[in-house]
Structures are given as C-alpha cells and as structure tokens.
Design a protein around this ligand. Sequence first.
Ligand code: 5GP
Ligand code: ZN
Length: 116
Amino acid sequence: MTTDPECIFCKIVAGDLPAEKIHEDDRTIAFMDVNPGTRGHALVIPKNHTKDLLEIDPDELAAVTRSAQTVSRRAMERLEADGINLLNCCGSEAWQTVFHFHIHVVPRYVDDPLQL
Ligand code: 5GP
Ligand code: ZN
C-alpha cells in the first residue's frame, strides 16, 4: 500500500488519527468530515495515498466512486436527506486543502443554508 507519513488521511487509514469511520472495504474508507457543511457530510478516500484526481488510478477512482454511492444511498435512507452533492477539489485554486484524493459526500436538506 502507498502511504505518506506526513498525510493526515493516511494517518486516518492507519488508525493513527481518530475519525468517525462509516464505511470500509478493501480499497477505500469513508469517515465524517471534521467540519461538516451539512449533517452527515462525509469524505470517501482510497487507502492508497494519491494526491488528486489527475493522479489517481482509474480503477481506484471507480472503487472510491462506488463507495461514495453506498454512502450517498445510506444518507438518503438513514438521514432522510433530500439530495446529495458529490464534490472533488483538485488543486489549491479549486479549494483542495488535503492532498490525498477524496470525494465529499454532502447530504442536502430542504432549506439547508449551505452555499457551494
Ligand atoms: P478539501 O478542501 O481538500 O476538498 O477537503 C478537505 C476536508 O477535510 C475538509 O472538508 C476538512 O474539514 C476535512 N478535514 C481536514 N482535516 C481533517 C481531519 O483531521 N479529520 C477529518 N475527519 N476531516 C478533516
Ligand atoms: Zn495520504
């Protein structure tokens, strides 16, 4: 597995940094965002360290996307969300702040105040 000892998401994968994990399979994990935009805002990441959308292996991207679908379905059912935004930020100019690829799963609710 590829890992970067300086990367906070690699530390979450390794269990060295606490996170509220909500889904895991052999290639990916999902956990709650520490600063949620809405109730249930989660991040889905590959276990392998990969910087961003441009660098991630397409099979790995497919695995992360599948997990994002699972997390989205769960948010719709269990949190009774009214919709979902999936978001990826690629590059600091596009708001990326953690350089380990991730997809935001942002449940949306009628009248929630979030502006993207
Ligand atoms: P980006 O801006 O790179 O698209 O998103 C990074 C996300 O990671 C942000 O929404 C931020 O709140 C979240 N985040 C940053 N550090 C941590 C952390 O240590 N734990 C968790 N659970 N989320 C984090
Ligand atoms: Zn990493």
